[in-house]
Design a protein around this ligand. Structure first.
Ligand code: IVH
Length: 671
């Protein structure tokens, strides 16, 4: 076969394959058998093997390509990815409607959609070709997961129209696929995912696209990011996406007025369990794009949309026992051990009862039937006891007077609800401290969960967090359930954590009252551990948001006799003790000062400001001799005049976008 012929045949095969792919994965209405489909794929693969020049990036043979990554690159979203405000009741939903009617008057058309419980993603198409995809991240920057998104068969690698658009949607997993995947993992002795959302998230954040390709991920698109398409409403936009062969959830409805919206919400609250995937609410969007633009957005979320959250699912179960847990600060917490119950997406077997006062107030007895739910859809809690179900065989639980882990006497300090074990070398506390130190927001040491922490302690390999940095793979390998590979992985993960910025270390040390946010504030203010250690109360409380309680806890920690040797051990191991300059500092716009005037079409003021700040620039409200750029939108005020007088560079919105666009690329290149 000649190249020319092959080219034509390959193009035809590609079209056919994409069409069948669409029918199978999006419409769920295949018209050929799997064998016939495989046959087409094989023919195309064979052609591309013979004529490698035919291997285009949009070829269906190229879905899973590329080597595993070392890490995901960071990507700045062209338009920030908002989250949504929540409404937890009919009244809150009606408040939302009143706010909109105030701005517009009359009954509003809303497009109601199911709120998919998955992961938000952004997809960039250029001239019809899928070029980039990212996670939401913090809304301004996400992770580049292009390779992984390409493996999702519902995602067209090329659109039927050569348009340039950014699309937003949700990656999810059906309940059935999730269960089958977990069953397979169970059979192989691998750890299971707790719910479809976590499974989808875990699958999408794999560095090896081969792994992602093996996971049953699905996609629904629900919004357009940057575009210049002649669309007037959300309804039209979604219909248009459907015409592009993109997967769009069909269960959407145009509702005129809030009463219709509420009926839609109630109907889906009833029906949600019958859906093949999980939803956690309803997204209500003003249908008209014009009205959306009028309403605008806050820095976090649009004013023209809201998420109605379904009430947390409640179930009854039995309290099999009440035990106590010793936390990393020595707090002794009563925990209800429950008959396992499947609740809001995962099996629940324990629920904290917080402290003896709450336990007494809720009056939970061992053997009681209780109503449970997940607070904030995450943490299981006992709502109340079903008193009518008592049989008289229930037993009262008595708080222990000795620590169940080390046997030391337990104290209830004045002003505190918790009883505490005050023994600083209590094993349970040490293990909890290790787990906290290794946790995601702290030093993020993968593979060091409660089980491994317990094991390391029990084997005498680790007593304090600094010991982690002296672990040797050869000592780990012989341990139970520690294969050669996991030992090496753990040592590597520990090693990697040495380079973490100071705020992670601070948080990981578990200083009382010093959470993730305070750690960041302290680290960013003092920059090095030495300077922080030298700070007195006054210096600490001078930092906005740091009050006397935190300041006292910080100085108490650094003055405690066991702290200095611990820090020395960490330092000697080579753990970083400094905070790098703030993100964006050293950025491409470092040293520049921006002033904004007028309305920008593509950014709110807050977003534009956040964007330039993330690139190292400052934002000021008035034009002066120090201003580098005045960015003007529609209807700029007197600032424009002033800028002209002072000879300050004036940027139109498109100049501005070009400038930050360029700057973003530089920043990406640096990584
Ligand atoms: S629209 C500007 N529509 O909910 C509005 N979001 O808290 C952007 N989500 O991060 C979101 N289903 O991950 C929209 N039909 C839907 C959605 C949806 C699920 C998620 C999305 C977003 C979060 C908002």
């Amino acid at each position: 076969m000649k190249l020319e012929q092959a080219e034509q045949r390959a193009a035809q095969l590609r079209r056919e394959i994409e069409e069948h792919n669409y029918r199978y994965h999006v419409l769920d209405k295949p018209i050929i058998s799997d064998e016939q489909f495989d046959q087409l794929m094989r023919e195309l693969q064979e052609l591309e093997r013979q004529f490698p020049s035919l291997q285009t990036p949009d070829s269906p043979t190229q879905r899973v390509g590329g080597a595993p990554l070392a890490a995901f690159a960071t990507l700045v979203h062209k338009q920030p990815m908002y989250s949504l405000d929540n409404a937890f009741s009919e009244a809150e939903l009606r408040d939302f409607d009143s706010r909109i009617r105030k701005a517009s008057g009359g009954a509003i058309d809303y497009l109601c959609e199911l709120k998919m419980d998955g992961l938000a993603v952004s997809l960039q198409y250029e001239n019809g070709l899928f070029v980039r995809g990212a996670t939401r991240g913090d809304g301004v920057r996400g992770e580049d997961i292009t390779q992984n998104l390409r493996t999702i068969k519902q995602l067209p690698l090329r659109l039927p129209e050569a348009i340039t658009v950014e699309l937003r949607g949700e990656v999810y997993m059906t309940r059935r696929d999730f269960e089958m995947m977990n069953a397979a993992r169970r059979a192989k002795g691998e750890s299971e995912f707790v719910n479809p959302r976590n499974a989808a998230a875990g699958s999408l954040r794999q560095l090896d696209p081969q792994v992602t390709a093996s996971r049953p991920l699905k996609l629904f698109l629900y919004a357009l990011g940057e575009h210049n398409l002649p669309l007037q409403t959300q309804e039209e936009a979604l219909a248009y996406l459907e015409r592009l062969h993109l997967p769009v959830n069909p269960n959407r409805e145009l509702c005129r007025g809030i009463n219709a919206v509420w009926r839609y919400c109630l109907a889906w609250q009833e029906r949600r369990a019958k859906l093949p995937y999980e939803i956690d609410g309803i997204v209500v969007k003003v249908n008209s794009f014009e009205l959306q633009r009028t309403m605008g957005a806050t820095s976090r979320s649009p004013r023209w949309a809201i998420a109605y959250k379904f009430p947390a699912e409640e179930k009854t179960t039995r309290v099999l026992d009440i035990q106590v847990n010793v936390g990393r600060t020595g707090a002794i917490t009563p925990v209800a051990i429950l008959e396992p119950v499947f609740l809001s997406g995962s099996t629940v077997q324990r629920a904290s009862l917080h402290n003896e006062d709450i336990l007494a107030e809720k009056d939970v007895l061992i053997g009681d039937t209780v109503v449970v739910r997940k607070a904030g859809e995450v943490i299981p809690e006992v709502v109340r006891v079903v008193r009518e179900a008592r049989t008289g065989t229930e037993r009262q639980f008595v708080m222990p007077v000795r620590c169940p882990s080390c046997g030391a006497a337990v104290h209830r300090l004045p002003g505190e609800a918790a009883r505490r074990c005050l023994n600083p070398s209590c094993p349970a506390q040490l293990v909890e401290r290790l787990v906290h130190f290794a946790s995601r927001e702290a030093m993020d040491i993968e593979g060091l969960g409660p089980r491994v922490a317990e094991l390391l302690y029990r084997e005498g390999l680790v007593v304090d967090v600094a010991d982690l940095y002296y672990l040797q793979a050869s000592r780990l390998e012989p341990l139970e359930r520690m294969a050669e590979k996991s030992a090496a992985n753990l040592v590597a993960a520990v090693e990697k954590s040495k380079a973490n910025p100071l705020h992670r270390l601070l948080y990981g040390l578990g200083i009382r009252f010093v959470g993730a946010r305070a750690s960041r504030l302290l680290a960013e203010h003092f920059r090095t551990l030495d300077k922080l250690m030298a700070a007195d109360q006054e210096a600490l409380t001078a930092i906005p948001e740091i009050g006397p309680k935190i300041a006292e806890a910080v100085t108490a920690f650094f003055h405690a006799p066991e702290t200095a040797p611990l820090l020395e051990k960490l330092r000697a191991a080579g753990v970083n003790m400094a905070e790098p300059e703030a993100e964006g500092a050293g950025g491409i716009l470092q040293g520049k000062t921006f002033v904004f005037s007028g309305t920008l079409a593509n950014y709110t003021r807050d977003q534009a400001a956040a964007l330039v700040q993330s690139l190292g620039a400052k934002v000021s409200s008035a034009v002066s001799g120090k201003t580098s750029y005045l960015v003007v939108g529609e209807n700029p005020g007197s600032k424009l005049q002033r800028a002209r007088e002072l000879g300050v560079t004036v940027l139109s919105e498109s100049d501005f976008r070009e400038l930050v666009g360029e700057a973003e690329q530089h920043a990406a290149g640096d990584r």
